[in-house]
Design a protein around this ligand. Structure first.
Ligand SMILES: [Mg+2]
Length: 386
């Protein structure tokens, strides 16, 4: 089976959307076509569609030159072909995110060609019973809900995110991440206290402050106040350009520190774990460099006492790849999930409805060959932008 063509299309909620309310900005997706008639799919989150269109296409494009005519064998081989082609040009950034999306589409094809779901080809279920709570079935993946609000900071933000947590908990979701961004230290603590109180002690709570702090002492003070609220992780207290502040905070709090939404390649994650003391890493399955690279990140994290909770604030096209990684990974208790129930986005809802269903707060392991996400024709008809 050979790769015959690379296709790019763009979907979105339209020109008037507000991404803060969850609307999908123009989102490039890639399809890899083969001479056997099989097609692999992935999305390219947070890369301007024009960049994807300029580099993915016929043999005259950068990725077309590397991939068209290639035999679909183990995805790691094609990953290396693409990576080696960047040795003198670009080792990070948008092009690696595109490489990652193509890698996910190739895993999708590889699974289809072998008649197996991708998680089986990654190594099957690796979660052992010894480190798993007796109540946690190993045949499920657990999403955590990321909560956002229309306004940031103050009581309106706290009230809106708390109401959304309550609505989603009533639907059976089991884990929640509040996002007190652009807020005062008081707002951060109040947000977490309010939601912990309404969730009770059994459901899981995470806090993401979105690069809020620059000084370490303020972050230490906030973490001290959060410590008795059973916070699963504290995400991106500082910009991720320097590991030093993370290491200083990690030494002074018992709350695990998390980062990784924009992390590109295993090398960035390795640095943040080794020098930054980060103990929860959050690769996006495309952004980090694909499922091939995400698997390596899991292996590096396992040897360093860290967890991997794949990030995904985008759609369930990307989320479906996270489910396969989590199904295999021995150290992935949660994947991020931006539930369409609390966002204003018909496209997000449509893509979620087509994805793996969440029942009783859990996603059953996929059984279809490949990634197993089928993009509905109506979505292309109604939301295609280019
Ligand atoms: Mg975040």
């Amino acid at each position: 089976m050979k790769i015959e063509a690379l296709e790019v299309f763009v979907i979105g909620d339209g020109p008037q959307i507000d991404p803060d309310k969850g609307g999908i900005e123009p989102l490039a997706c890639v399809r890899v076509h083969t001479d056997a008639g099989l097609t692999g799919l992935a999305e390219v989150f947070r890369v301007p569609p024009g960049v994807v269109q300029a580099t993915v296409g016929g043999r005259e494009t950068h990725f077309g030159r590397q991939l068209i005519g290639q035999e679909v064998t183990h995805p790691e081989r094609l990953w290396q072909v693409m990576w080696d082609a960047f040795i003198h040009t670009n080792r990070r950034g948008w092009e690696i995110i595109i490489l990652g999306a193509l890698d996910v589409a190739i895993w999708d094809l590889y699974g289809q060609s072998l008649g197996q779901p991708v998680w089986q080809l990654l190594g099957g279920v690796q979660r052992g019973p010894f480190q798993t709570h007796a109540d946690t079935p190993q045949t499920y993946v657990t999403p955590y809900c990321t909560l956002v609000s229309d306004t940031w900071g103050g009581d309106a933000m706290i009230a809106q995110q708390a109401a959304r947590a309550e609505q989603l908990a009533a639907l059976g979701y089991r884990a929640f991440k509040v996002e007190p961004m652009m807020s005062t230290p008081r707002d951060v603590v109040e947000m977490a206290r309010t939601v912990r109180k309404l969730l009770g002690p059994k459901l899981t709570l995470m806090v993401d402050v979105g690069y809020l702090f620059n000084d370490v002492p303020t972050a230490v003070r906030v973490c001290r106040e959060l410590e008795d609220l059973d916070i699963f992780f504290f995400e991106t207290p500082f910009p991720v350009d320097a590991p030093g502040p993370y290491a200083q905070l990690a030494a002074k709090t018992s709350i695990p520190l998390a980062m990784g939404e924009h992390g590109v390649t295993r090398w960035e994650f390795l640095d943040m774990m080794e020098r930054g003391g980060v103990s929860v890493v959050q690769p996006y399955m495309t952004t980090c460099g694909g499922l091939t690279e995400a698997k390596r990140i899991v292996e590096l994290a396992q040897a360093r006492g860290a967890l991997v909770c794949p990030g995904n604030w985008s759609t369930q096209i990307l989320g479906s790849a996270s489910v396969h990684l989590a199904a295999w990974s021995p150290i992935t208790p949660f994947i991020e999930f931006a539930p369409a129930e609390v966002f204003e986005s018909p496209l997000r809802q449509g893509l979620q409805d087509a994805g793996f269903p969440v029942r009783d707060g859990r996603i059953a392991l996929p059984t279809k060959p490949g990634i197993g996400y089928v993009l509905p024709e109506e979505i292309l008809r109604d939301f295609r932008m280019e």
